[in-house]
Ligand binder design. Structure first.
Ligand code: IVH
Length: 674
């Protein structure tokens, strides 16, 4: 029964995933889709015995810590020769035609992401490996399974039993902008361009994080021992039928003139694409001709990349201003003489930090070169020294906060300067309140940036706790507000008291504690008190929490101002504890467990299973522990202690069997231990 339902949900979700993400033609609403996904996830959580690595639920990702095994490519992943010059491209075509005669080409976009090779066995995705050095790469299967446009099971039946397909993992501009905005709000380092963001995301430890980053995957090359095709075009069409996302931009070109026209078209049309491209790849279509041409040591002789020139422009740097973020981080910004670049007028460019500015020796009054790195964030790539004014002097970076005058500080290992005056620096105060009311945090509607500024100017809010003391009569007389808006704000402040703990934790705005980290912390510690009490060692026990985050958390709770705010928020009735979980079964009721070592699931997942089935997690081995679930590389001291105290020691498999069997089975072999 359960099994059939799981299978049916998987079939449905897969179909609708394909219709939505690959065909762009959804047939059901997001709401229906989410409801089915939730049902599947609940069933799978309660029934780990029916796990399937290709279930559509893996697209949501898991917290399992990925270890990126290095694997050898069955077929080397070569690179492509490339050129920025049409003349060179024409010579390349000339050489091919002298050797093999006139032939057809397939022109494709050159996608600007990170290369991936997917292996399918019997129509199922079994492995996804990065390019690495071309000979071996990292196994990133768990992460790639979350990419909605990568089929987990193929459509149709006429695929080879074993083959690889290669393409590009891309981060669309929309995902990139969202990700960087989030990182900015959290005081985290920004990704320079979507390519770095895509590559960085594939190497994330948690596939749940990958799942949320909105990656895409376009495929453009098959590899296998006996592929049933005679041309590249044919292979692309088949790949499309099997459910892969294959670009619609590809064209067969029969002459140099047609290739040139393709390039000319996309050199401008690519600006309207939702993902980054950096050129055109020209490939011989006919496999027999490809075989005849062969390879050089590094690249095929039957394909070449023509790269678009990154657009750059020269303009004058009028002045440098400094932005103060909510965490106090200072970002220097270049104010430029407006210049047209890649279709938009650029007035400002980021200068990142003091070091970058010193490296380029940028000075106001200079003529600078601006480039759109990956077409998004304009950046200054150099200075035209010939045009430097004679009286120019090296730029002196600011030493005090431009907003509050406090001397700036630098933290070890960080390139940015910070204003340490958290409680007295206007943009930091306002920034923290704005962060707190964000949709992903306390979701206080009716309060935008302007209103927060208004409340601040009128002395009504100085910190987030003040929001809970607001009264409608104070708000209504303020400009642009009125009674209705005032009531709205008060109601939505009131509603925020029910927002779950993980979002409250995120809303506090602890440095480096983004939405995901807050979720992991909440899951691991279950209450704010527990987070506050945790030592550095205990903090890094939670998934995704490293030393840097742990230090920031400890620093945050060491601040008296923060503690005072927390006390007031607690008194106002905000959620400082995670909601109790609904039990999946009572299989482990009344039993207590210690989990230790490495498992196929993350430790937090193991602990969650214990609680989900009514068991209790204990931190250390003692006489009151019933079971020690022992994983790989568990410390010998713990094992010894457990043996001494008569705590039963079980493996991960035995533990899962215990849940499936509906409760502990006292096996004879286990009894022998005592
Ligand atoms: S074909 C043997 N087609 O460019 C040639 N590559 O510079 C296999 N790339 O590693 C590659 N778009 O990551 C091919 N339409 C496309 C491409 C493409 C982007 C990337 C790919 C490759 C790199 C070579």
């Amino acid at each position: 029964m359960v099994r059939e339902r799981i299978e049916e949900l998987r079939r449905q979700l897969e179909l609708h995933n394909f219709k939505y993400y690959v065909e762009n033609a959804p047939e059901i609403s997001d709401f229906e889709f989410d409801a089915m996904m939730r049902e599947l996830q609940d069933l799978e959580r309660a029934h780990p015995e029916y796990a399937d690595p290709n279930s559509p639920s893996v697209r949501v990702g898991s917290d399992l810590t990925a270890e990126f095994r290095t694997v050898k490519h069955r077929y080397a992943m070569l690179s492509l020769g490339n050129t920025y010059s049409l003349d060179e491209l024409h010579e390349f075509i000339g050489r091919i035609e002298r050797e093999a005669g006139a032939t057809d080409y397939v022109c494709e976009l050159k996608f600007d992401g990170t290369a991936i090779s997917l292996t399918y066995e019997h129509g199922r995705l079994v492995r996804a490996v990065t390019r690495g050095d071309g000979v071996e790469g990292d196994d990133v299967t768990a992460n790639v399974r979350t990419v909605r446009t990568v089929p987990l099971r193929l459509r149709g039946t006429d695929w080879p039993d074993l083959f690889e397909i290669r393409g590009e993992i891309l981060m669309p501009y929309a995902s990139f902008d969202r990700l960087n905005a989030e990182r900015e709000a959290n005081g985290e380092q920004l990704f320079a361009n979507p390519r770095n963001a895509a590559a960085g995301t594939l190497k994330q430890q948690s596939s749940a994080v990958v799942a949320r980053r909105g990656l895409d995957c376009t495929l453009y090359q098959l590899a296998g021992d006996e592929l049933p095709f005679t041309s590249h075009w044919e292979s692309l069409e088949k790949a499309r039928q099997w459910g892969f996302k294959v670009s619609d931009a590809a064209r067969i070109c029969r002459s140099v003139a047609e290739i040139d026209a393709f390039i000319e078209h996309w050199d401008t049309a690519r600006r309207r694409l939702p993902f980054p491209t950096d050129g055109v790849v020209i490939k011989v279509n006919d496999f027999a001709v490809r075989r005849q041409l062969g390879f050089t040591a590094k690249a095929p002789k039957w394909a070449v990349a023509y790269k678009f020139k990154a657009e750059r422009a020269a303009t004058r740097l009028d002045s440098v201003s400094f932005q103060v973020g909510r965490t106090g981080a200072i970002t220097p910004v270049a104010n430029l003489e407006p210049v047209l670049l890649a279709g938009t007028t650029v007035r400002r460019a980021t200068l990142h930090n003091a070091e970058q500015m010193a490296q380029l020796d940028i000075r106001p009054g200079d003529t600078v070169y601006v480039e759109k790195g990956g077409e998004i964030i304009p950046k200054i790539i150099g200075v035209d020294l010939a045009q430097r004014p004679a009286d120019s002097r090296p730029f002196e970076y600011i030493t005090v906060c431009p907003e509050c005058g406090t001397p700036l500080v630098r933290y070890e290992g960080e390139a940015k300067h910070y204003c340490p005056n958290q409680s007295g620096c206007r943009p930091q105060i306002i920034g923290r309140i704005i962060h707190f009311i964000r949709r992903k945090a306390l979701d206080i509607e009716g309060l935008g940036e302007e209103t927060v500024e208004l409340l601040y100017e009128n002395g009504l809010v100085r910190d987030v706790a003040d929001l809970y003391d607001l009264r409608a009569e104070q708000l209504a007389p303020l400009p642009r507000l009125g009674e209705k808006s005032a009531d709205n704000i008060i109601r939505s402040v009131e509603r925020s008291k029910a927002v779950p703990f993980q979002r409250v934790l995120f809303g506090l705005g602890i440095r480096f504690v983004g939405e995901t980290t807050a979720k992991y912390l909440a899951e691991h510690f279950r209450s704010l008190d527990a987070v506050m009490r945790a030592t550095r060692e205990e903090l890094v026990e939670a998934d995704e929490v490293g030393g840097r985050i742990a230090d920031a958390i400890i620093e945050y709770f060491a601040e008296e101002d923060n503690l005072r705010i927390i006390r007031r928020l607690r008194a106002a009735g905000l959620q400082f504890e995670a909601e109790a979980r609904r039990l999946a079964s009572e299989a482990l009721a009344g039993r207590s467990f210690v989990v230790s070592g490495k498992f196929t699931r993350s430790r937090d997942e193991m602990k969650e299973l214990i609680e989900l089935h009514g068991g209790r997690n204990l931190a250390a081995v003692s006489g009151s522990v019933d079971y020690l679930v022992a994983g790989d590389k568990m410390g010998p001291a713990k094992l010894k202690k457990a043996e001494k105290l008569g705590v039963r020691i079980i493996s991960e498999e035995e533990f899962i069997a215990m849940i499936e069997g509906g409760g502990p089975v006292e096996k004879a072999a286990q009894q022998e231990l005592f």
